[in-house]
Write a protein that binds this ligand. Sequence first.
Ligand code: NAD
Length: 340
Amino acid sequence: MSEIVEKDIMDIIRELKERGLDYSDEVFLITGGAGFLGSWLSELLVKLGSKVICIDNLATGKLSFIKHLLNFDNFKFIKGDVTRGVPKIDTSYDYVIHMASRASPDDYMRYPVETALANALGAYYTLELVRKNDAVYLLTSTSEVYGDAEVVPTPETYWGRVNPIGVRACYDEGKRFSEALAMSYYREYGLDVRISRIFNSYGPRLRGDGAYGRVVTRFILQALENKPLTVHGDGLQTRSFTYVKDTILAHALLLKCERCRGEVINIGNNKETTIIELAKLILELTNSKSRIVYTKPREDDPRRRKPDISKARKLLSWNPQTSLREGLKKTIEWYRRGYK
Ligand SMILES: NC(=O)c1ccc[n+]([C@@H]2O[C@H](COP(=O)([O-])OP(=O)(O)OC[C@H]3O[C@@H](n4cnc5c(N)ncnc54)[C@H](O)[C@@H]3O)[C@@H](O)[C@H]2O)c1
């Protein structure tokens, strides 16, 4: 178990308690609960006294992220693939959170059918479960639903500019379909649905290795190993990086937000950073001798990503608190201590 994660989780718990929110004795199903964000959310809820059932096929998640939770009576892990349904257990759920999906471009482009189905069928099976249990549904969607956005900062009302048959469509359109399905269940059956659109979250447990690597942790690993930092294209494309503690706090608030039924909310940092700036900052913080090398641009790679977060501010009273420098320092430290 990592002290860095544990301390951040304690900070989130303190904040939730200060706001008077209670999660104890409620039953949560989390698909993808052994992944980066899923394992943080599982850990938070277990420590808040909720009962958590985590379903994950370990496609990109890791048992080491949740191993310590297996000692808690209120945590249960079931290895399962959401494209085949949700394993039946003798429990009724108060909340169902659908997070299962490959999320790294290199990885989902290798497994496009599985990715599209984890989103489409995974949403269908979990929504049916919500219908039977009269539970609250939280879908973790993505800024990728906006595609190569022409409106920046991008508000939730922007419809998106996505290539529906491109190499990223399995993910982008998979998420767009799961959003559409969730809203259909909300409209037709009155389900209590809420959707987050996450913009590049990073932190301890975000994998940096191989095809699972996402840009922040890929750069960190490359820098720590004094290997070249590989920038796709000219590096002037921007992203908005949100430290995981801020992302998880937002999701815990969204679960309990009374005014968020049927709402979709951007969860991200409104500070825009170019990939080159990110690479340079990581080189500085790791004191690395690595060079930056430029590789060919990725197909359909969006040029800019910057959320309009006024809705999250208003409905959740939430703002990202952690600067990129501070979040990167913690993430680098996590990797330096040998966690992977
Ligand atoms: N981290 C981000 O910046 C970010 C941004 C936008 C959206 N999201 C969304 O948040 C969710 C979690 O992402 P993450 O960053 O933690 O990624 P992750 O890869 O670490 O977690 C995804 C988890 O889902 C599991 N999974 C994948 N396919 C599955 C299947 N068919 N059945 C069961 N489990 C399956 C994986 O094993 C993994 O544990 C995803 O839905 C992702 O699309 C994340």
